[in-house]
Design a protein. Structure first.
Length: 116
């Protein structure tokens, strides 16, 4: 198993795997990410992230039955593992802890549409 850190895109993919369970597969994951984040994402980027997540032990996959609609091809369905759940929880706690530590003075009067 590789490292246990989640990159930003890996975290997004892992979250979407959970959202789409039990029908989380490459193309559906891509569509959900593009809908929710308004980012253009290639299917190759999704497959690369899923491969990294599987190498890290954060997701597991299995093939669904072949369907006529897919020309007899099978979908590879992904599911979060216990390690993946812990990684998401760790990232969530870290982000919330840091966000909660930002003082009101640091954000007071900032126009978030502009830059510094």
């Amino acid at each position: 198993m590789k490292g246990t850190q989640l990159g930003e895109f890996e975290e997004l993919v892992l979250l979407v795997v959970g959202v789409l369970y039990p029908d989380a597969y490459g193309y559906g994951i891509r569509q959900e990410i593009m809908k929710e984040s308004r980012r253009n994402v290639t299917i190759g980027a999704v497959h690369s992230a899923l491969s990294r997540l599987q190498d890290k032990g954060f997701v597991k996959s299995e093939f669904a039955e072949a369907t006529h609609e897919r020309g007899g091809r099978r979908k590879r369905l992904f599911q979060i593992t216990a390690s993946g759940k812990r990684a998401l929880e760790t990232n969530h706690q870290l982000r919330n802890s840091l966000f909660d530590r930002i003082s009101d003075l640091a954000l007071k009067g900032l126009n978030f549409e502009g830059s510094f």
